[in-house]
Design a protein around this ligand. Structure first.
Ligand code: GRF
Length: 197
């Protein structure tokens, strides 16, 4: 059974998708901790409702120490809108995953977060976008890609309609990756991630 920590900044619907998958019995892991860098994040309430220990802090050293003390095996960034320091990433190398609401390497990196991603997608006029789950390295959205799924952009899409459609895919992809990680099915060879059956 792996110990999981989920870091959030907002609504926490991706956190909820992992909680639901754990409750259905398909993830060989337990969420020991939810941490938010935003006091008002609804994700903290979701954690509380599910009886998961949670707290708010903006202090990265406090986060690192807590993750170590709780012997966390997997750190999931689920709508966590802060780039982690080199120190943080090195400390938990290969154990941090992130969900990003586009097909990396498009519409990602510095300045591309939350609704801004979808705004840029619509502005550019691409016909397809999607969601990506990737390992976290020391730069924004550049770590090895684990899983991606394509979402079509429709002619009458708004930021709201598109983000909603992408979010539905995020809710499938993220728990799926957590499940595979907990089963030891994900192997990394440089940038290449191989998922075994
Ligand atoms: C998601 O689209 C996530 O990919 C992005 O911000 C949104 C957060 O949603 N970084 P939630 O907090 O999980 O509901």
């Amino acid at each position: 059974m792996l110990n999981i920590a989920v870091l959030v900044s907002g609504s926490g619907s991706n956190l909820q998708s992992i909680i639901d998958r754990i409750n259905s019995g398909s993830i060989n892991g337990v969420i020991k901790l939810v941490i938010s860098n935003k006091k008002e994040a609804y994700g903290l309430k979701r954690a509380e409702s599910s009886g998961i220990k949670s707290f708010y802090t903006e202090d990265e050293s406090e986060i690192i120490n807590t993750l170590k003390n709780e012997e966390i095996d997997l750190i999931v960034l689920a709508g966590f809108l802060k780039v982690l320091s080199k120190k943080f990433v090195n400390e938990f190398s290969g154990k941090i995953i992130n969900i990003h609401p586009s097909l990396i390497p498009s519409f990602c990196g510095k300045g591309y977060y939350g609704k801004k991603v979808h705004e840029k997608v619509l502005e550019y006029g691409v016909k397809f976008t999607g969601a990506t789950v990737h390992f976290v390295d020391e730069n924004a959205d550049t770590g090895p890609i684990i899983l991606q799924e394509v979402v079509p952009v429709l002619g009458d899409d708004t930021v709201e309609s598109l983000s909603k459609r992408v979010l539905q895919v995020e809710h499938k992809l993220l728990p799926k990756v957590v499940e595979m990680y907990c089963k030891g099915k994900i192997k990394t060879f440089g940038r290449k991630v191989v998922i075994s059956e």
